[in-house]
Every structure is written in C-alpha cells, then in structure tokens.
Design a binder for this molecule. Structure first.
Ligand code: FAD
Length: 378
C-alpha cells in the first residue's frame, strides 16, 4: 500500500464515510482511518435509525443544505442499489409557540415548504396512537423520514473502496502534524502522508483538535426500543416519524417499527449528562430510562410494552448547537467537521460533498458559511 495520499480522512463514522465516498467518486486517492469497526456502535452513528426533517426548526439556514442532502441520499440509494431512506413524513406535537412547532413553521414559511398545521381536535383524530395534551397542535411535513445509519456508512465505505479508497478499520490516529506542503499522520500501526487531512472524529474531536479554541461538550444519550401490544399501529407504512415538545427543553421523538424483529424506538433530543468518550459505560441503566418509560405511558400508552433493547450514544455539542465545518484556523490543508450537536446525521450526504470540495478545491459553493469556526472567535 502506498503511504502517500491526496486526502486522509480521520474517523470513518457518519461524516467520514460520506467524505470518503465523495472523494473517491471524484477520483482522489483517499485513505480513511477508523479506530473501531466500520461501522461501529461506539460513537454517534449507531441505533438503526436517524430522523430526516426538512422544515428545520433549529434554523432556516439549514434548509438549502437539507434540500441538497435529500437529493444526495436518493442518489446514494441509486448508485449503491440499497434502501437507505424511508420517507414516512413527520408529525410534530406541542404548544403552538414552542420551538419545535413555531420553528418548523418559520422554516416552512421562509422556504415555501409543504406543511400542514393541524388543530388539536383533528390531530387527536388523525393520530389516535398519541394522547395529545389539551392545547397542543400538530404540524405535519411530508418531506421527513428515517435514514438507516449503519447501512449508510457501510454503503459509503464499500462504494469508496470500489473506487480505490483505502479504508483501515481498527487503526487509531494518535498524532498528526501539518506544514504548508503536507500533512503527516501517525497511527497505532503506521505513518502516512497526504496533501490534505479531513478530521471527522465525532466525540473524540477535542482529542485531535485541541487548538481550535471551541469547547465541545460530549454528552451521554439513551434510546430505547419497546414492544407495543398492538404493533401494527406503530409499523412502518402506518406511522410517520414523530416528535413531541418536551417542556423541560428539547423534544421526545421516535420512529415507526422497521421490521417484525425490531421494536418501537424512542429517545429524547436534548443534551444529557457530560461524559468521556474513552471511559463511557455503554450499558444503559434503569434510572436513565425512567423518563422515556414515563413519557410513553403518558403520550403513547398503546406502545407501552416490554423493553426490548436500549442503547447509549454520544452527542458532541458546540456552544450554539450548530455544526463546525471549516478549514482548520491554523492549517489551510486541514479541514474540520465536528460538533454535530445531536442533529447531524441527516446532513452527512451533503457534508461529505462539502468536505470533498474543501479538500480538493479549497472552497465550496454549498451554503455552509454560517457553520464556520470563526463565529466563536467573533
Ligand atoms: C442517540 C442519538 C440520536 C441521534 N439522532 C439523530 C437523528 O435522528 N437525526 C440526525 O440527523 N442526527 C441524529 N443524531 C446525531 C448524528 O448521529 C451525529 O451528528 C453524527 O453521527 C455525527 O457524525 P460524526 O461523523 O461527527 O461522528 P461519528 O459518527 O461518531 O464518527 C466519528 C468516528 O471517528 C472515529 N474516530 C475518532 N477519533 C479517532 C482517531 N483518533 N482515529 C481513528 N478514528 C477515530 C470514531 O471511532 C467514530 O467512528 C443522533 C445522535 C445520537 C447519539
């Protein structure tokens, strides 16, 4: 194997796998280095499903990226001949002025996106699976659905390898250094050189990027799967992806049942307790599931069946919960993509494209200016 590459990608999780796919598709000589398996259940991209939404309550500026992202997801399905995305639509419930509902409407109006505002009585009739608190409204968007993260990472990695990319699993980067001509990467097994380095280290980003000057907090997140007594009411094809405002902050959300063997998955979107990615306990404790079990009994009683599975995952949060995608502040030949703050997966296709642009062309036409690292210095 040659030890000199056009681009080395550090971390082959959600963003790194997509970057490898885009780079290799453009004919670049790529090396992807991953400390665990590809894919793995140690970082931020495991657990069978990830929500895709277009009416982006977090910030309307994400919508153009989401439009391109959806195009690229469909393209990836065609090229790899795999089912990677189910467009189920999405139903959100909450008080009219909460962030989830008001923010989704704001994005829909700003970008002229198809959506439906559903008053309380109609929402209760249309979605009998949910016991909606009095005064809540429903917001439905058709351009929502669920992505299959492990399958996507495998599809990107396998396609990249077919196009000549070298992907090394179970080989951790321990150090890198850059000068104006080249980047040198030291791993647990070898040393490599490249014209350009892309760092997509997820929860380990601070370990490999300590000089970017932004505090990234890593938090522990729990998801559970239960067996509803009447599973057909919650099946793929019947139920859209869903979310319910959480008065204490963030939202509860979940997915339809994907197959006979899978359960009904739900979680909380809100940063959990801080954790250390190298010392995290990957087993969910009973008390960490109490809030989800309680919420289930209150809002979705028909799904309140036995626990099938629980998973522990990590968010990597920036101070403003928006991503960082930019050139490294000190090295023009290093690009960084981190701080996806629990909502990045749906963008992985377009972020891979942006990273390939930045590494190969030094710039991108994609509207990622608002995600620059400089905003924290300002
Ligand atoms: C419970 C949960 C639910 C989520 N739900 C959604 C959702 O519904 N919709 C959505 O859009 N997003 C969601 N997200 C967020 C999304 O999954 C993340 O934003 C995304 O996975 C981040 O991708 P990443 O590439 O930065 O990190 P990861 O996918 O974790 O990849 C980073 C990779 O880098 C590797 N790595 C790190 N350091 C090194 C090193 N030194 N050497 C070699 N390899 C290294 C890691 O092992 C890892 O594989 C969720 C996240 C969690 C935890």
């Amino acid at each position: 194997m040659s030890k000199r590459f056009d681009v080395i990608v550090l971390g082959v999780g959600a963003m790194g796998a997509s970057a490898c796919y885009h780079l290799a598709s453009r004919g670049a000589a790529v090396l992807g280095l991953e400390q665990f398996d590809i894919p793995n259940d140690q970082g931020s991209a495991h657990g069978q499903s990830r929500a895709f939404r277009m009416c982006y309550f977090e910030h309307p500026d994400y919508v153009p990226l989401l439009r391109r992202s959806l195009e690229l997801w469909h393209q990836l399905e065609e090229i790899t001949e795999r089912k990677l995305l189910h467009m189920t639509g999405g139903i959100w419930f909450g008080p009219a002025d909460c962030e989830l509902i008001a923010g989704s409407r704001d994005a829909a109006v700003t970008h002229d996106l198809t959506h439906e505002w559903i008053e309380y009585d109609d929402a209760a009739k249309r979605y009998p699976q949910f016991t909606i608190p009095d005064g809540y409204v429903g917001f439905y968007e058709p351009q929502a659905g669920l992505l299959l993260p492990e399958r996507i990472i495998s599809a990107c990695a396998e396609h990249a390898a077919k196009r000549g990319a070298v992907l090394r699993a179970n080989e951790a980067v321990v150090k890198w250094e850059a000068d104006s001509k080249s980047v040198t990467i030291h791993t647990t097994q070898s040393e490599y050189e490249a014209d350009h380095l892309i760092v997509c280290a997820g929860p380990w980003s601070s370990r490999v990027l300590d000089e970017i000057g932004v505090e990234l907090s890593v938090t522990r997140q729990i998801a559970i799967w239960v067996q509803p007594p009447e599973a057909e009411l919650f099946a793929l094809g019947t139920l859209p992806i869903w979310a319910i405002d959480r008065p204490a902050g963030g939202m509860y959300y979940g997915f339809p049942i994907l197959s006979d063997k899978a359960g009904f998955k739900l979680s909380v979107h809100c940063p959990g307790p801080s954790t250390d990615p190298d010392a995290i306990d990957h087993v969910a404790q009973d008390d960490e599931m109490n809030e989800l079990r309680e919420m289930l009994g209150r809002f979705i009683p028909g799904a309140d069946g036995p626990l099938l599975e629980a998973s522990v995952c990590m968010y990597t949060n920036t101070p403003d919960a928006n991503f960082i995608i930019d050139h490294h502040p000190q090295h023009a030949n290093v690009t960084i993509a981190c701080g996806f703050s629990g909502h990045g997966f749906k963008f992985a296709s377009v972020i891979g494209e942006a990273l390939a642009d930045l590494a190969l062309d030094g710039r991108t036409e994609l509207p990622i200016g608002f995600l620059g690292v400089q905003r924290f210095a300002d």
